[in-house]
Structures are given as C-alpha cells and as structure tokens.
Design a protein around this ligand. Structure first.
Ligand code: DMJ
Length: 641
C-alpha cells in the first residue's frame, strides 16, 4: 500500500498512519479504511477552506465583473440590460445592488461558520487515538451490516401455502426394506460428514484428496453447492442435526453479491430448486428469502434481444454470455427451457409476476418457431432468435426441457394445458424420429444430428423412462398403457447398460451398432460420475407399477456404488466401468446427495413419503408442491401485485 501524500493542515504535518500489523490482510483493510477516512476529512476541510477564502477576497462586485477566463459568468438577479457596453459585463445598481450585498454577506457568514466547524471537527478527530478511530469505523460498519440484514429479513408477502402432504415418514413395513433404507441413509451420512469435514462451504468435495472442489458452472466463489443441494435429502431422511448445520451455514455465509460468473441453469435447478424445496419442507423463511435474492441476481441474464437468457451471468455485474462451445453463440434448450417450475414458484411466493413472465415469454417464443420434423433443436441464438445446428437430443442439451413441459402441467394441478400440449407434440415427434428398437430388442433413444439418427444413448437420456410413465396419465387418446410400456422398455435398456459392465454401473453413453448393444465404445464415454438418471427411472417405475424388479435393480446399483465408489473420504466417480479395478475421478458431485441417494431412499420407502399427486420433483430431484390454483395466470394468488 502506498502512503498517502502529506497534506499541510494548520502548519502541522500528519505522520503516516499505522493502525495495525501490516502482515494480516484484514488489518491491512482496516488500515486503508482508517486512512481514507481521515484523508477524506482533511480534504473536505481543505476544500471548505478554499471555497471560503474565495469569499474573503476583496469585494469583487465593486468591479462589476466576474471574469473566469474566456467566459463571463452571469450573476443571478441582476439587471443585465441597461448600460451594458459589452455583452460579457453586467452592471448592478439601486435596491437590487443592496439586496445582493446582503445576500452575499449572509452566504459568506454561513460558509465561514461551516468552515470553522469542519476545521474543529477535523482537529477533534485527529486528537483521537487510533483505537477510538477504529472503533468509530467499526460502529459505522456494523450499522451498515445491520441495515442490510434488516432489509434481507424483510418478510415476503404471505401466500396460502400449498397442501404439504407426506413430508415425513415413509417407513416401510418390511424389515428387509427398512434395512436397505437405513443403508442408503448411512451412505448419505458418509457423503455429508466427509464433505462437512473436508469440503465445508466449497461447492463439492474431492473425497480422495480430501479437500474442496468446484467447476465453472458454480463460478469462482464458494457457494456451498453441496449444502444447498443436499438439504431436502437430509430433511426427508430425518438427519435434522445435519439439516440445521446446513441451514446455519446458509444463514451466515451464503452470499450472492459476488463477482462470479455462474451457469443460470445449474444455479436455478440446484440452488433455487434446493432452497425452495427446503423452504416448503421445513417452513424456514430464510430459504425462501435466499432463493428470491438469488433469483433477482439471475434476472439480468434475460436481457437479450429475444428474452432467451444467456447461459451464464455474472452475479455482480449482471453481464451475461453463452458457452464458447455452443453452436454459433447459441443458448441451450435444456438450459433456458429448465426454469419454469422454479420461476413459477418464485412468482407464487413473492407476488412478483416478473419470474412467471420471463418463462412464459420463452414458451411463447418457442411455440411460434418452426420445428424441423416437429423436433426442437438443442441450440437457439438469443440475439437472432434462430436455431443453431439441427441437433436434437433427449439426453444432454435437450433432456429437462421436455421434462419441464410435463412437470409444468403436473405442478399446475393439470390446468396448464398449453404445457401438456407442447409435451405431447414433442414426445410424438421424438417417438417417431428418435426412438428405435435394437436388433436384440432393446428400445433406445438416439440423437438427431443434421438429418441422421445417431444410435447412441446417453446416461442422461435414461431419465426419460421415468418421464414417460409420469406423463402416461393424461396422455393423448388415452395411450397411458403405451407410455407405461415405453417407460419400462427404457428402464430395461438402461439396466442393461449397467449389467453389461464389470462394475454393474452404467457408462456415460452407450451405442447400438451392429453387434454392439448398450455398451460404450469410446474410452471417453466409459465413466460413471455418480449420476442419478437410471435410479430415478427405477423409482418412477416402482411408484407407478409396484413391480419388484425396480427395487431389485435399484439395490444392485446401490451395492455397486457402495463397493466401487465409496472411499474413506466420501464417494467418488469412476473412470471406466468396464475395468474391474476402478480408477476414481476424485469428485463427489453435489447431485449425488441431491438426487442419487434421494431416489434410492424413496425407492425403499413407502409411497406416502412425498406422494406424486402433491409433489413434483424438479430436474435436480428437489420436490416442489403442486399449486392447486389456476397458476397459468396466477390470478388467484392474493400476493400477486
Ligand atoms: C443433474 O444436475 C440434473 O439432473 C440435470 O438435469 C442433468 N443431470 C444432472 C445429473 O446427472
């Protein structure tokens, strides 16, 4: 830090201030603050002095002219017309001149008094000890912090809380099931406890290096992604001490006023979804308040020529941009199309329609666009409103857009018919163009790339089995049976992708090519990163069919995770599911606690825990209650302004 220039004051020189040991950064900050404070005082006194001195000069009005360089300055309230020989000179005379003198005298006196007062105050300040000055600064700081906290805690308008049914319990009657459920809970504790010890406050955990971990989706700051993502799982498992611990961290540390560029989609599904679910389950206001604070920070991402949001936004500056890898500067369908559930709840809880309007604008824009073969391409340019490459996928880049169309309808108590229609249309096109049966009889969902079908299915696309059964009821021409069957076939295919590996865990993506069926071919596709989609589908299939095979398959997956992914410091992904001696990737993903373990726990619970006619799970497995009102307009919400 440079020492500020020494300023003369009453003939004294002020020694450089040294208010604390320079070796500690927070002391350095205090020192800088104190110096700035004193400097400001001195400077203001000095300026007042100069300004005052200006008025102590001989009465310039006698010269009838104020000359500041090239320009003459008009004096207010003077007769500028008569006797003016030259346009820049104005004469003052008569009663006006007298009034002007009085006014000038009054001003001079005031400035003199202010100036003396400022000098006195500055002298008083300088008499104080460093400790006193430091204490005063601290008091001021505390005042500001207190004001901010009061503002943060300002209650949001009261709204009727939806029917919250099945937030506890789910104890299965069967002993074997109870043991399995307990085992999953123990796995959750292992994941959480190690994160608590080694990664607390970081976004994720490196269970082998035993330290924090993060990726660019969370930006550059420690936002405790695992804490927020895990809260509702802790809650439904009855891990209340851990839940409270997480809550405390959120209350005291979760701050969104950071200079950090985050993924709008990821932050929405993990943070806003996680906070809203924690709020509904526990009733703790702080979660709602934090969710709303964060949502406000995401809004600038929608400032694009089309209203299609950027993929990333800087939480502090509000500047947005898209991923460099996305086709022609496009936004991604699965990202801008996966905001609806959370944003509708935000409008519901705050009474502020802005969130609802943003997502409905996206929907309206998509409805107007031409769709090749009725399919939604994954890329859309937010500047031009045109599609990028014609790639369509029910896996990565497309997946949760379709999921949210269906869930928007479910969450509206099946009143949002527009969303249901868009879902039905999309699913019909997908079935026609992307879904095929392999030679060996496995139904798979391929990817459409520039006019041809790639016979490859991603682990992410395995969620669709669950989506098809969830959407069966209410389907067009009452094809419920068909969609239940389709969901079961996808579940079987995805189970095969697990069963055909050495570790009994599924690869990131698998092919259907000649003799190759449901197997990864490229080395880069053989990893398993603790993803939930296959187990998610087992759970939906279980809830809708009660076929015991889904619990069996779920248990197989749980055992494989326990055997190959568990390490002393938590759970880790593996790099090659076809190698019997796994290499770990050393990352415990936050979605492992939010989704994988939650779906497993629910699979071994009875159906009265989070029943599906009252709760809709967002794409990160955060349960949000069905809003039993006409929420396509939110018109019956008393909080809507
Ligand atoms: C999760 O973050 C969400 O499920 C998202 O929709 C895509 N997949 C990851 C986990 O695999």
């Amino acid at each position: 830090m440079t020492t500020p220039a020494l300023l003369p004051l009453s003939g004294r020189r002020i020694p450089p201030l040294n208010l604390g040991p320079p070796s500690f950064p927070h002391h350095r900050a205090t020192l800088r603050l104190s110096e700035k404070f004193i400097l400001l005082l001195i400077l203001s006194a000095f300026i007042t002095l100069c300004f005052g001195a200006f008025f102590f000069l001989p009465d310039s009005s006698k010269h009838k002219r104020f000359d500041l360089g090239l320009e003459d300055v008009l004096i207010p309230h003077v007769d500028a017309g008569k006797g003016a020989k030259n346009p820049g000179v104005f004469l003052i005379h008569g009663p006006d001149e007298h009034r002007h003198r009085e006014e000038e005298e009054r001003l001079r006196n005031k400035i003199r008094a202010d100036h003396e007062k400022a000098l006195e105050e500055a002298k008083e300040k300088l008499k104080k000890s460093r400790e006193e000055i430091r204490a005063e600064i601290q008091t001021e700081k505390n005042k500001v912090v207190q004001e901010m906290k009061t503002k943060e805690k300002k209650p949001l308008p009261a709204v009727p809380i939806p029917n919250l049914i099945g937030t506890h319990g789910g104890d299965p009657e069967d002993n074997d099931l109870r043991e399995k459920r307990e085992k999953i809970k123990e796995m959750m504790k292992h994941a959480w406890d190690n994160y608590r010890i080694y990664g607390w406050g970081h976004n994720e955990l490196r269970p082998i290096a035993r330290k924090g971990h993060s990726t660019n989706i969370f930006g550059s700051s420690q936002m405790g992604a695992t804490i927020v993502d895990a809260l509702d799982t802790l809650y439904i498992m009855g891990l209340h001490d851990e839940f409270r611990d997480g809550q405390k961290w959120i209350e005291n540390n979760l701050d969104f006023s950071v200079n950090s560029e985050v993924s709008v989609f990821e932050v929405n599904i993990r943070f806003i979804g996680g906070l809203l679910a924690a709020y509904y389950l526990s009733g703790e206001e702080i979660f709602k308040i934090k969710a709303v604070q964060l949502a406000e920070k995401l809004l600038p991402a929608f400032n694009t020529p089309t209203g299609i949001p950027w993929a990333m936004v800087n939480l502090k500056s509000g500047v947005g941009r898209n991923w460099g890898w996305a086709s022609a500067g496009s936004s991604i369908l699965a990202e801008f199309g996966t905001l609806h559930m959370e944003f509708v709840h935000l409008s519901y809880l705050t009474g502020n329609p802005i969130y609802y309007k943003k997502v409905m604008h996206i929907r309206k824009l998509l409805q107007k666009m031409d769709r090749p073969n009725g399919l939604y391409p994954n890329y859309l340019n937010p500047r031009t409103g045109r599609w990028g490459q014609y790639h369509t996928s029910v896996g990565g880049l497309g997946d949760s857009f379709y999921e949210y169309l269906l869930k928007a309808w479910l969450m509206s108590d099946k009143t949002d018919h527009e969303a249901r229609k868009m879902y039905d249309d999309a699913i019909e096109a997908i079935e026609k163009h992307l879904i095929r049966k392999s030679r060996g009889g496995l139904t798979f969902i391929g990817e459409w790339k520039n006019g041809h079908l790639e016979k490859k299915m991603g682990h992410l696309a395995c969620f669709a089995g669950g989506m098809f059964v969830l959407g069966a009821d209410g389907s067009r021409m009452d094809r419920a049976g068909h969609y239940l069957e389709l969901g079961a076939e996808i579940a079987r295919t995805c189970h095969e992708s697990y069963d055909r590996t050495a570790l009994k865990l599924g690869p990131e993506s698998f092919k259907f090519d000649g003799a190759v069926e449901a197997v990864a071919v490229r080395q880069a596709e053989k990893y398993y990163i603790l993803r939930p989609e296959v187990i998610e589908t087992y759970w939906y299939l279980w809830r809708f069919t009660h076929d015991p095979r889904y619990r069996e398959w779920g248990w197989e997956a749980a055992l494989a995770i326990e055997k190959y992914c568990r390490v002393t410091g938590g759970f880790s992904g593996v790099k090659d599911v076809y190698s019997s001696t796994p290499t770990h990737d050393d990352v415990q993903q936050s979605f492992f606690l939010a989704e994988t373990l939650k779906y497993l726990y629910l699979l071994f619970s009875s159906d009265d825990l989070l029943p599906l006619d009252h709760w809709v799970f967002n794409t990160e497995a955060h349960p949000l209650p069905v809003l039993h009102l006409a929420n396509t307009t939110l018109s019956r919400n008393p909080a809507v302004r």
